[in-house]
Design a protein around this ligand. Sequence first.
Ligand SMILES: CC(C)(COP(=O)(O)OP(=O)(O)OC[C@H]1O[C@@H](n2cnc3c(N)ncnc32)[C@H](O)[C@@H]1OP(=O)(O)O)[C@@H](O)C(=O)NCCC(=O)NCCS
Length: 174
Amino acid sequence: MSVDGAPVAADWRGMVPSDTAAVVSLADRVHPTFHEDEAVFRDRLSLFPDGSLVLAAPGGGLAAYAIAYPVRRFVPPPLDTVLGRLPEGADALYIHDVAVAPEWRGRGLAEPAIERLLALAEPFGAAVLVSVYGTPPFWARHGFRPVEDEALTSKLASYGEDAVFMLRETMKEG
Ligand SMILES: CC(C)(COP(=O)(O)OP(=O)(O)OC[C@H]1O[C@@H](n2cnc3c(N)ncnc32)[C@H](O)[C@@H]1OP(=O)(O)O)[C@@H](O)C(=O)NCCC(=O)NCCS
């Protein structure tokens, strides 16, 4: 925490199982129309622990979380679904969610978590995500571009009408 009690971006850490109740609590505040059960967060944490990050809030609870795991590039999982296992032949890291509590937004807190997730994406060749709430410009600043594909449209149904599938190739040389 900083001197004024605000969370500090350097304090992002790996999620542990005892965090998942606080993750659900923040997820329900940030996404009131997209509830996901605690079992979903436990599932992602156990399948790909490196991709689940949290940032503590002053006074308890969480200021932010970020979740990502390997997928097949154009197969975004439906919301609120326990996967049980990762797909074979994963060729992208899926950024399932990056969420900052409303009271801590606009301080660049998401940035280092996104950088960590993009580093994890390197071996897969790409990072993908489903942008909601008009966030494509935010993701574009991190190198993501929209992918327009009719086959994707039905897979995005549970994400709402403003959902945009976005992809960022990793920056491998040669
Ligand atoms: C998207 C999100 C993760 C960005 O986190 P953040 O730490 O606030 O990111 P930044 O500080 O870089 O700010 C991002 C933008 O929000 C703007 N912003 C500033 N204060 C804000 C506030 N109180 N509320 C919302 N946005 C604010 C910033 O100005 C910035 O825009 P700019 O770069 O054009 O100036 C966060 O807004 C969030 O959790 N949103 C809801 C969940 C969400 O949409 N997640 C992504 C789903 S795909």
